[in-house]
Design a protein. Structure first.
Ligand code: ARG
Length: 461
């Protein structure tokens, strides 16, 4: 059928050309073509299996669909707006290839269950690819972490120096976020992988189809129990967009840290030339475009989630053309996530150098060991709040005198409280401050080494 003709005998005239363009989804749903072909092949096999068409007709249709796949891959199949959407484009070409039997492909099916099937097959594939990319990203985080257990980095709360950390511990926090992302995609997959094929336009079909048969051929885990729900449910897409948004949140947080770290104010990392850009006017500049773009692209994924929620909220059952709007945001989110994950993985792997000397100086130059002085006294019987107040006083007088805690003489410590002894200096050294946080999940080196082993095991799952 071509849309230059009338829709059917019911119509008197063809579509206005502008309306045809407005209506068409072929410009973007061509992305689904391979899934559409696979879905249609399963459908005609089922039609033949159940005797709705003959085995011979089934074979012809399967082969014709395969021919279209080949033509598409060779760049020879490029349907235009006159085809309206990928489903019509395939049916029309199929009929050209196999003759009148091509007109049987749409028996016992509607584009409504068809497009739902295609979109799920597409998303199932893409989720697997994103999961693989997440694994690579996690692997690089882990590689860097393993080399930097003893590299110290300032830890912050409120973006104020708080307590020093093992750099590995800091990176493992992102590993854990990515681990949840990976698991979340697995959860989403379970609801993506349900077949609506055979739900028909909305109410099922008069033909003796076998929905389990097509589901099995297409590796779906289950089939929709209700035909109305099957053709109009987009929860799976919304769930994916939620998971996608969280992935972007995590990438964007890391991106933001890299941007801060590479600034002259922090100087914690150097960006390598392969992953940084210059300025067209300021010759001294080296800009962190990669993390900035990742941070920026986060917005569009959130936007697609919001758009999909709004598309769905007022839709009466069952299919409405509004649902055609589900695709571009979904495709763009998938592409954005894949590109962002790839870029961040490359940036970590080869675009970033931690300035360990500068990091060592940074953790030695501040009062981020103050908690440890209070803990020192508390461990020697002084109530913590009392110790906290004493140390607050020392910090104040030290700042006024332009000194750090390590510069105080033992005599000064003992004037403050008699419990202080010579081992206070060791207790407040950055290395010891980190090592001492040996509680489960803490930054102490022993804990971090255990966490690295556990992370390696998670990665191998
Ligand atoms: N191109 C349409 C979409 O993406 C396919 C389904 C059309 N169904 C219909 N009843 N007009 O949603």
């Amino acid at each position: 059928m071509t849309k230059e003709e009338t829709w059917s005998q019911r119509f008197e005239s063809a579509l206005h050309p502008a309306i045809a363009r407005f209506n068409a989804s072929i410009g973007f749903d061509i992305e689904l073509i391979e899934y559409d072909l696979t879905g249609s092949q399963a459908h005609v096999k089922m039609l033949a299996h159940t005797g709705i068409i003959s085995l011979e007709e089934g074979d012809k249709l399967v082969a014709g669909l395969e021919k279209i796949r080949q033509e598409y891959r060779e760049g020879k199949f490029q349907p235009g707006v006159d085809a309206e959407d990928v489903h019509f484009a395939v049916e029309r070409r199929l009929t050209e290839i196999v003759g009148d039997v091509g007109k049987k492909v749409h028996t016992a099916r509607s584009r409504n269950d068809q497009v739902g099937t295609d979109t799920r097959l597409y998303l199932r594939d893409q989720i697997q690819q994103i999961k693989n990319e997440l694994r690579e990203f996690q692997g690089v985080l882990l590689d860097i972490a393993e080399k930097n257990v003893e590299t110290l980095i300032p830890g912050y709360t409120h973006l104020q120096r708080a307590q020093p950390l093992s750099l590995a511990h800091h990176l493992l926090a992102y590993f854990q976020m990515a681990q949840r992302d990976w698991e979340r995609l697995g959860d989403v997959s379970r609801r993506v992988n349900i077949s609506p094929l055979g739900c028909g336009a909305l109410a099922g079909t008069t033909f003796p189809i076998d929905r389990h048969y097509t589901a099995k051929l297409l590796n779906f885990d289950d089939i929709y129990a209700n035909s109305l729900d099957g053709v109009s449910d987009r929860d799976f897409a919304i769930e994916f967009l939620c998971a996608a948004s969280l992935i972007m949140v995590h990438l964007s947080r890391l991106a933001e840290e890299v941007i801060l770290w590479s600034s002259e104010e922090f100087r914690f990392v150097t960006l390598k030339d392969s992953c940084a850009t210059g300025s067209s006017i300021m010759p001294q500049k080296k800009n962190p475009d990669v993390p900035e773009l990742v941070r920026g692209k986060t917005g569009r994924v959130f936007g697609h989630l919001q758009a999909m929620l709004v598309i769905m909220k007022g839709l009466p059952l069952a299919y409405n053309k509004d649902l055609q709007e589900d695709k571009e945001g979904l495709f763009d989110s998938v592409n954005t996530i894949k590109a962002s994950l790839e870029a961040m993985t490359i940036l970590l792997r080869e675009g970033l150098e931690f300035r360990t000397q500068r990091l060592a100086e940074a953790v030695a130059e501040d009062f981020s060991n103050a908690t440890d002085v209070a803990d020192y006294l508390a461990a020697r019987g002084v109530p913590f709040r009392e110790a906290y107040n004493l140390v607050g006083k020392v910090v104040k007088t030290s700042i006024a005198a332009g000194k750090l805690l390590k510069d105080l003489k033992l005599q000064e410590w003992q004037q403050l409280h008699p419990a202080f002894a010579a081992d206070i200096y060791e207790a407040i050294s950055p290395r010891q401050v980190v090592a001492a946080r040996n509680s489960y999940g803490g930054t102490g080196f022993v804990q971090v080494r255990k966490a690295l082993i556990a992370a390696r095991a998670q990665l191998a799952q």
